[in-house]
Design a protein around this ligand. Structure first.
Ligand SMILES: [Mn+2]
Length: 276
């Protein structure tokens, strides 16, 4: 099968409101780990002043950049996507695109310390990077949702390594029975990944927010949360998913480099992304 594979760099930082270093993180991955690769890059400005609109800080620029992501996906019509993002708000177009392309046969593993499950109204920070998964599930700003290709159901998602949720997120997770795979269970390899097949899905999208890692092994994070994964566990987990499912998409998000050389720690994960 001749799969069309899109490698997409989307150095959006505005979803974090504060951390322009997320832009630098994408550039470092590009310079150090993607030499010689073909990719598309969404242009992102560094001197945007962010205005709050519709309960989202930086609404206009986030909306504009989402439009550009949609244009690129329409142009390439890929079967597989490797996304290197700045903030997690970059996931809307790729995930909803693949879900549409695969007629709803897409299961999302959201590897992240956080829920990313706020609505603009429930969000304490009004930072868009706390809202992308909820938008993917069809709740949020109507004009932003209109740009999405499809809406996923809560049945199509599990968390991995989630450990810092806001109360409205906890309520939503409980009400919708969303599974949270713990750091410990994944590390101890006690999770039977067949549950995804059991639900009827054969394609998987893996979202990796690097803050799922333990800050002790990877400190280059805007929002570090203790008790996260080590690299080996994450790497084995994604490889295990690949052994059991078609990986339709993989992303690396929220690299906020403190020490430039730490980009080398991401080498194997980037290699994985290039080989899905
Ligand atoms: Mn996140």
């Amino acid at each position: 099968m001749n799969n069309k594979f899109l490698k997409l760099l989307f150095p959006q930082w505005q979803g974090s409101v504060e951390d322009k270093n997320l832009y630098n993180g994408v550039q470092l991955i590009k310079e150090q780990l993607l030499k010689g690769e073909n990719f598309e890059e969404i242009p992102v400005s560094l001197d945007e002043s962010l205005v709050k609109k519709n309960n989202i800080i930086g609404y206009d620029v986030i909306f504009k950049q989402l439009n550009e992501a949609v244009d690129i996906l329409n142009k390439h019509n890929p079967d597989k996507i490797f996304l290197v993002g700045g903030d997690c708000g970059t996931e809307l177009a790729p995930v909803t695109y693949l879900n549409k392309k695969l007629n709803g046969d897409l299961f999302v593993i959201w590897i992240d310390a956080h829920g990313d499950l706020n609505t603009p109204e429930s969000s304490p920070s009004k930072a868009f990077h706390g809202m992308p998964l909820r938008a993917i599930l069809g709740d949020g700003d109507p004009a932003i949702l209109d740009l999405c290709y499809s809406k996923l159901s809560a049945d199509q998602v599990s968390y991995a390594g989630g450990r810092d949720f806001d109360q409205p997120e906890i309520d939503y997770i409980k009400a919708n029975n969303i599974k949270i795979l713990s750091v410990e269970d994944i590390k101890n390899n006690v999770i039977d990944l067949n549950y995804i097949k059991g639900k009827g899905y054969s394609n998987v999208y893996i979202h990796l927010d690097l803050d799922a890692l333990d800050p002790g092994v990877f400190p280059d994070l805007m929002l570090p949360v203790p008790d996260g994964f080590d690299f080996d566990t994450v790497f084995k987990f994604v490889k295990n998913l690949k052994g059991n499912y078609n990986i339709a998409g993989f992303s690396i998000q929220e690299f906020s480099p403190i020490e430039r050389n730490n980009v080398i720690l991401l080498k194997d994960l980037v290699k994985f992304g290039l080989s899905i």
